[in-house]
Design a protein around this ligand. Sequence first.
Ligand code: NAP
Length: 373
Amino acid sequence: MTPVLPPRGPHLTDASAPALADGPIPVGVLGATGSVGQRMVGLLEGHPWFRVAYVTGSERSRGLPYREAARWAQSRPIPPGVADMEVRATRATDEAPLVLSALDAAVAGPVETAFAQAGALVVSNARNHRMDPAVPLVVPEVNPDHLELLDVQPTRPGGIVTNPNCSTIGLALTLAPLHRSFGVRWLHVVTLQAVSGAGIPGVSSMEILDNVIPFIGGEEEKMERETRKILGTLGEEGLEPASLQVSAQCNRVPVIDGHLACVSVELEDEPEPEEAARVMADFRGRPQGLALPSAPRRPLHVLEAEDAPQPRLHRELEGGMAVPVGRVRDCPLFSLRYVLLSHNTLRGAAGGALLTAELAVAEGRVPGRRGAT
Ligand code: NAP
């Protein structure tokens, strides 16, 4: 078990990270006015590698200053460099070699393809391209090698990389070390998901206050198939999904940020809970090795308190980029049980996409830019 580090603050990015030799990369933010887009804009403030080149939205926002178009729902003010930017229509351009997309899934698919065709690397939060066999679905600590799929995309040097579903990211982060050490056979996961996961305006107060909604459209299917792709193996024939099976049940609860997940997992080897907890606490990945600006020092924090993790207390750990894990214990039906928490708009969306973009920069995957290491 490991002690809790103080959160990295005031926001997650390590502004002391070394600057890029070619100067900051101009970044386009698509869907910048929504729940994830706002987080993205906030995280880009003072980022050592990126500067916001333009922001886009729907027809509703086109032509308005960002501060008027965005129904700003963050506790920190709108970054001054973006507040007066005019929100553009979301039309493909090669103005920025890197594009971060927080577009509604109803429009993201063809729009993101058009930006990739125009020559940009698009890092997307939307579901549309996630299961395309040529598109990497990346959790940077878990499957950074999947970025190699960019080499087979027809839009090279532009391309699309996707960020998994917000609940899947935390789950995959905890499963990766267990799978490597003990082999995951199958698991059952029950989620309690925050309202910010439904976007802005999202779920109405009359629906969610004093209530739990035991249905989130498409969420269970996403967790079940995306987990297998992320933990899959890249070979000569492309990506082979992991053979493990996932059963998910997803619930919306009256919490603002932070998805909790209760996991019961069957493993090929049967570790003691202490050993499983140690393997999770010791887990590190390429972002930590490369000291990427948004990388948490430790992706997983195993908490000892019998009632941890809790959304209100633990979601900001390491700027919302670390995943707290607790209650690692025996299970009468499966090998092991535990509870995890992931901040859905930080690690589960904007922060996760930013970390993937930083990994892409470090690996020389942004068109026209050299690698950072
Ligand atoms: P949201 O709050 O509803 O924001 C959607 C964004 O898309 C807004 O900026 C909106 O612009 C823009 N948009 C809508 N229709 C458009 C159109 N026809 N043309 C151009 N832009 C359009 O949603 P969100 O929660 O931020 O989610 C954004 C994406 O991330 C979704 O694909 C979602 O599934 C995914 N995601 C969300 C979370 C989360 O926790 N919220 C986590 C992981 C992934 P206007 O404001 O100008 O209308």
